[in-house]
Design a protein. Structure first.
Length: 172
C-alpha cells in the first residue's frame, strides 16, 4: 500500500536542520514552549527540538478530527495541555496542514489562553485552496494533495514508524 517514497529520511533530516536554525534565529535565545499535536507530530517534534539551541519546554495536545482518510470537520479535545501557556512563547508543532481545520481549531483554543506569542511549525503543508490563508511560520515541505504516511503520519494508526514520508495507495 506504499506507492512511492516522497521525502527520504535524509531529506527530512537536512530540512529539519534548516528549520531549527530558522527557529533559533526567530526566538533570539528566548524560551520556547513547544506543543506537539498528538500523535502525528511526535516524530517531527522530537527530531526538531533535539536540533534547537533555544531553551525549550514540551507539552502535548490531542484532538480527534479524522476517521480513516476523511476529514470530519469537527474536532474533539482528547488530551489537553498539562502546562499553562499564558504569557509564554508557544510554538505549535503539527505534522501536516491538510484542510487546515484542525489547526484553526487548535489555534482558537490556544489563543484564548493568552500566550505571549503563538507560532506554527508544520512538517508538511498540502497545496490546497482551503488552507491557502493559513501560513506556517516554519514549514518543512509543501506537497501535493496525495494522502501520505510515515514519519508520524498514519492511516488508521499504521505506518507511523516509517523513517520516510511515502504516498499511500490502497490499491497497491
Ligand atoms: P486537517 O484538519 O484537514 O488540516 O487535517 C489535519 C490532520 O489530519 C492531520 O494532523 C493528520 O493527522 C491528518 N491528515 C491529513 N492529511 C493526512 C495525510 O496525508 N496523511 C496522514 N494524516 C493526514
Ligand atoms: Mg491520523
Amino acid at each position: 500500500m506504499i506507492d512511492h517514497v516522497l521525502i527520504s529520511e535524509e531529506a527530512i533530516a537536512s530540512r529539519l536542520a534548516g528549520l531549527a536554525r530558522e527557529i533559533d534565529a526567530a526566538y533570539g535565545g528566548g524560551e520556547i514552549r513547544a506543543i506537539g499535536v498528538l500523535k502525528g507530530s511526535v516524530f517531527f517534534l522530537t527530531d526538531l527540538l533535539k536540533r534547537l539551541k533555544s531553551p525549550v519546554s514540551v507539552d502535548f495536545i490531542q484532538v480527534r478530527s479524522y476517521t480513516g482518510t476523511q476529514s470530519a470537520g469537527n474536532i474533539q479535545l482528547v488530551h489537553d495541555l498539562s502546562m499553562d501557556i499564558e504569557g509564554h512563547d508557544v510554538l505549535l508543532c503539527e505534522d501536516v496542514i491538510d484542510t487546515g481545520l484542525t489547526l484553526r481549531r487548535i489555534l482558537e483554543l490556544l489563543s484564548s489562553r493568552r500566550p505571549r506569542s503563538l507560532k506554527i511549525a508544520a512538517l508538511l503543508k498540502k497545496q490546497l485552496p482551503e488552507n491557502a490563508d493559513l501560513a506556517a511560520d516554519f514549514l518543512g515541505f509543501t506537497i501535493g494533495p496525495d494522502f501520505v504516511v510515515g514519519y508520524g503520519l498514519d492511516v488508521d494508526e499504521r505506518f507511523r514508524n516509517l523513517p520516510y514520508i511515502a504516498v499511500w495507495n490502497p490499491e497497491k
